[in-house]
Design a protein around this ligand. Sequence first.
Ligand SMILES: Nc1ncnc2c1ncn2[C@@H]1O[C@H](COP(=O)(O)OP(=O)(O)OP(=O)(O)O)[C@@H](O)[C@H]1O
Length: 327
Amino acid sequence: MPDGGPAVEVDGLIKRFGDMEAVRGIGFTVRPGEIFGFLGPNGAGKSTTINMLCTLLKPSGGRARVAGHDVVSERDSVRRNIGLVFQDPTLDGYLSGEQNLRFHAELYGVPRSVTGERIRQVLEMVGLWERRRDLVQTYSGGMKRRLEIARGLLHSPRVLFLDEPTVGLDPQTRASIWDYIRQLKDAEEITIFMTTHYMDEAEFCDRIAIMDSGRIVALDTPEALKAGVGKDRVRIQTADDEAAITALKERFDLDAVMSEGVVAFPVASGEAFVPRLFAGLGVPIRSVSVSRPSLDDVFMSFTGSTIRDAEAGSSDRLRMTMRAMRR
Ligand SMILES: Nc1ncnc2c1ncn2[C@@H]1O[C@H](COP(=O)(O)OP(=O)(O)OP(=O)(O)O)[C@@H](O)[C@H]1O
């Protein structure tokens, strides 16, 4: 990548599958050394975008450069400069962790003279050096993912792409994967481009792009995005949710929606509003909670639904569960 140039540069990128436009002309730039997150519900177009940036899918329109190289006309140069960790595992369970890495090193033409040392470095980084001789089929889900991250780093890529690096893992393992990702950024001077649909993980990114239905609807640091919402989020349980939503509109001019089983709406100075709400709603309230804006609220303010609601009912949900079960 030319010194000082962007790690990833995307302009008007489009991908169509038949009549369906999965990515609808997106543009953004990622700086070297950033952890850049793509956040959105299943089906938003995150994987399709990452696949185009990794040269696995050809764009239908627009341009993208990764590590200074065009993803269409300089495919091989892009490939040499990137590491991939994808949703579906591609490790060989009948080989040891170390053998998996040796195989990958040959595939990527890592010089023999440095392979041994580099394997040691990356395995130590993800805490698997002691287990290097064990067959991968004896590894836990978290260990396998860590081995995949080590493998993605083996040829010293400039940009590491992680597609849902923690999907299907338990919360503790997710947290440990994140520790490794953060250490990695410090140790390797690498740019990390990742997709996630976990809001809490998006908080760890330097900047995030929120993607919905093939478009980027917001892009900034997590703090700036939350500050931009400006309103608190009030959630109430009532005796009659439909009547409450109507009353909120008629009496307070507030747009409320059902979200995860409760009535939710944004309002400035939420705590000060609660007494007025009890006095004026006209529908019995069973419980109320007020929270500062979260990334979920940012998502809601740009798309009109929470990320979980956006996913619920999607057949992708089943696919995700199946994926998780296979691990
Ligand atoms: N090869 C394909 N052929 C047809 N449609 C596709 C193909 N790949 C993806 N799509 C569709 O494009 C849209 C975007 O999918 P994509 O996988 O990029 O979303 P995503 O945000 O990454 O979600 P997920 O987390 O489920 O991977 C979806 O509607 C999906 O069904």
